[in-house]
Design a protein. Structure first.
Length: 253
């Protein structure tokens, strides 16, 4: 779906929905403990979405996902269906959530280490991937920004950090639908790609690995996307609003 100019009411709905989404993810990060199952977390998130007056976008006819949140562990990158797996200390877990509030969608993700402080290679993976997200956001200067400006900024941080860049999966427009134009690759060249307009809302979501860049879709559920070499992966994401002279992050507290 192509983005069209939004009303102020639609943008405000995304601000409110983004705050709800950020609140749920912040509470989730504090809630997670070793021994909890993915399916139990899915149920907890579902109840939190309802408590805040929103609805789970993943349950809508598109994409008709078998859960309300994607929970991807270790070598899993994205789109993992909640299962009866119980978290272990040291697991690298990514949580990706989309909610609908007042008919508008917002999308965000984060990665954490279960039950211990990040250290070593895992800390490097998480810190560099998250830093690349904010580098992409900082590359947005309002009117005149291209998607390639974002991708180039993300790619530079990931490459400087010697991480594998997931190039087959991209960020996207978001708002009236979960996935809209334009695509937001995690690589690119400054001054190229789609020219963004004030009022556009996009999800920037770098994904990176401690190994190679090749991915595969798991046959056990035909949803989960993992690293082909089994290396650990991380994923961070925000929904942002392009303004006349900059950017507003909609999914942070």
């Amino acid at each position: 779906m192509t983005q069209a100019p939004k009303t102020e009411a639609q943008i405000q709905a995304m601000r409110e929905g983004g705050t709800i989404l950020a609140t749920i993810l912040a509470d989730l990060k504090n809630y997670i403990q070793p021994g909890m199952s993915e399916i139990a977390i899915n149920s907890w998130v579902e109840s939190e979405i309802a408590r805040h007056g929103a609805t789970p976008t993943y349950r809508e006819p598109v994409p008709n996902f078998p859960g309300v949140i994607c929970i991807s562990v270790n070598e899993q990158i994205v789109h993992s269906v909640p299962s009866d797996y119980e978290f272990e200390v040291g697991d690298v877990v990514s949580f990706d959530l989309v909610i609908t509030y007042k008919d508008m969608k917002t999308d965000a993700a984060f990665t954490m280490i279960v039950g211990e402080e990040p250290k070593g290679a895992k800390k490097h993976l998480l810190s560099v991937t998250e830093r690349s997200l904010y580098a992409g956001i900082d590359a947005i200067k309002g009117r005149g920004t291209h998607t390639g400006d974002i991708g180039a900024a993300v790619e530079k941080v990931l490459m400087d950090g010697k991480l594998g860049v997931i190039r087959e999966l991209v960020g996207h427009g978001v708002g009236l639908a979960m996935h809209m134009e334009p695509e937001i690759p995690n690589y690119g060249k400054k001054g190229t790609g789609t020219l963004l307009q004030p009022g556009d809302t996009i999800a920037i979501e770098p994904m990176a690995t401690l190994g190679g860049e090749t991915i595969m879709t798991e046959t056990f559920d035909n949803w989960t996307i993992s690293t082909r070499d089994g290396s650990l992966a991380a994923h961070f994401e925000h929904t942002v609003l392009i303004t006349e002279d900059g950017v507003e992050i909609l999914t942070q507290l």
